[in-house]
Design a protein around this ligand. Sequence first.
Ligand SMILES: [Zn+2]
Ligand SMILES: [Zn+2]
Ligand SMILES: [Zn+2]
Length: 107
Amino acid sequence: MGLLDTLLGKESGPKGRKEKCPSCGADVTLDMERCPKCGVHIKSMFRKKCPKCNELNDIDAERCEKCKYDFAAELARAKKTVYVCPICGYRADYYMLRCPSCNTRFV
Ligand SMILES: [Zn+2]
Ligand SMILES: [Zn+2]
Ligand SMILES: [Zn+2]
């Protein structure tokens, strides 16, 4: 193994994401049905904005209701292996021999 940190599976999808309840500020995750504190319906409070047409969709929607933009494909792309330079934080989706940002050599 080189110096590079590999972010594999560390980035959780929208469902496990920690958020604050917009109503009472309690810590909630997006896979919760309701806020354990104030009982607000979480899914209806958090919406996913379509990057293409700006339509607000359900947080776990697979496609944009309006333009059919494929969120799942976007998620699959985001789950690709990401290599992060431990020196400067530069991210690349290929194994870097040398960081193009800070020039640190990894091999
Ligand atoms: Zn709440
Ligand atoms: Zn859309
Ligand atoms: Zn770097």
